[in-house]
Design a protein. Sequence first.
Length: 302
Amino acid sequence: MAFGAATSRSFPRGAARFWGGAPLGRTYRTYVNTYRTYLHHQSQVDSVRTVRTLTERAWVIAENQQSRRSTLPKEEARRRYVEIGELVALEQIKKDSESLDDHSIAVGPFARLDANAVAARDGKTRGAISNLFGSQATFQAETMALALSAGDWVERIEYPAPADHPTADAWIDAVLAAESERGPVHGGEAAVDYGTLWALWLSAVPYGLWSERVSRPSMAEHVQLIERLEQALADALDHFGLALRADTTANDLACALAGMVEGVWLNQCLTNRHPSDPAEPIATVLHRSGRLIWRGAVEPAG
């Protein structure tokens, strides 16, 4: 017999009555039934409270989401996210630049350099590169390092000889024409020369904002170029009997010309025509700009 079904006959006579003479079994059943009713009622109350709480939380979440939802027009919202994307891209370059200084890794197009494709150009397989470099990553890093250090190309530059030109203007025109030809050519063939390597170097320039591994060899090459150009200018000034204007040095003139040349080279990457006068070739920009710098810096010696 279950304990809840016990009657007064189940207990001794002295215990037959309990709480004012009521039978113990009947009293227990009354207690249990009352407790069950209480639990049922309490569960309903708790359920109402839970539903109310969840509903209130849902309203709060909905209100917060509504407050965070963009109220900008679609085009403005698109532009906002694009601008945020620009910042994230720069932050990624900065992060990669820090890794670049800590480890010998490749970035930009060098990181996509395929050892299989390179080896195939020589009739070999990727194993040939792996045997020499140990891994594709090492090969990529060394290729990038060579492209960022073009000192050998700078040493090969031959500036026009002053003695081969009748006037100083004729000489500087020849120098400027040669600089234009030495630079990149929009739409030209992919070939290993100074102009195309210079354009390839541009892909690593953003990393130079934060990476010494990029900036150090690049600036060393630039200083090397300035020194070569400065010597060529000094020889021309001496040959044509010219002097620099007051407060101007040969280094000033070399820096101005080199900066102008590389600035025009940026345009040469993008077009073959004068940006403001399509009837003229892009070389005209470099020629006229260089002549202005030259004439503004020199005067007859006296």
